[in-house]
Design a protein around this ligand. Structure first.
Ligand SMILES: O=C(NCCCCc1cc2ccncc2s1)c1cc(-c2ccc(F)cc2)cc(O)c1O
Ligand SMILES: [Mg+2]
Length: 214
């Protein structure tokens, strides 16, 4: 039967990356996406901005909405301090299965909790199910029309504290106009736009970093 693009990406990781070496996993995926098949990972250019935000925040608790194949999950987890954790939500079971194997190959399974399901269902359950208090960093990279409702949901569920950072991918392409309008005009957030490009292309895209003021 025909393989899927995530399965071909996983094969590229197995063939070209060193087990237990997250940086080689990231490099193998970027090479696959540049030389073989485009895929919707955050990519190397926006990935460097993600890296700088993670190292600045030095988070103990991270939430990622939209795992896909685990590329950004590996980038984030490889920079977390000891005992820090990332919870990542993925809607598509096939993608989640590939992400689990890419995360395992990178040797980061201990730091990462991958949940299969939708953000709308799971955000209200994170405190009771996983003993989460608040998140220091949230990376939004799932359905673009869910960024705003899920941000409001996280506020309502008490998952954000004064100083929590939201980092949103694709605010230009595919675009998240309602989210940008809200977050840039809300007195409860301080926002900053990081101009970049859509992964592996010259198309403009960028990341929006927002601090929750409480
Ligand atoms: O859709 C994108 N990403 C979300 C996939 C939706 C997966 C979900 C995860 C999850 C977890 C929990 N609850 C609900 C959901 S839904 C996406 C698309 C492009 C793109 C850009 C230009 C193109 F021409 C074609 C695609 C680029 C990107 O960087 C993306 O992130
Ligand atoms: Mg994205």
């Amino acid at each position: 039967t025909q393989s899927t693009r995530p399965q071909r990406m996983l094969a590229a990781v197995h063939n070209n990356a060193t087990r237990g070496d997250p940086r080689s996993v990231v490099k193998a995926i970027d090479q696959f996406c540049r030389q073989k098949e485009w895929a919707m990972n955050i990519g190397d250019e926006k990935g460097c901005i993600l890296d700088s935000v993670v190292s600045e925040v030095n988070p103990a608790m991270v939430l990622e909405l939209g795992t896909y194949c685990g590329y950004s999950t590996v980038r984030i987890a490889s920079q977390l301090p000891p005992h820090a954790k990332i919870i990542t939500l993925e809607f598509n079971p096939q993608n989640a299965a590939v992400a689990r194997q890419i995360i395992a190959w990178a040797g980061l399974g201990e730091k990462i909790k991958l949940i299969e399901g939708s953000s709308g269902d799971w955000i209200p359950k994170l405190k009771e199910q996983f003993g989460v208090d608040t998140f220091d960093l949230v990376f939004l990279d799932h359905w673009k029309d869910r960024y705003l409702p899920d941000t409001k949901l996280m506020e309502e569920c008490g998952l954000l504290r004064k100083g929590s950072i939201l980092l949103a991918d694709n605010v230009i392409c595919p675009g998240t106009p309602e989210y940008l309008e809200y977050i840039r005009n809300s007195p409860r957030y301080k926002s900053q736009y990081f101009k970049s490009h859509l992964e592996y292309t010259r198309v403009e895209d960028g990341l929006e970093k927002s601090i929750f003021l409480g």
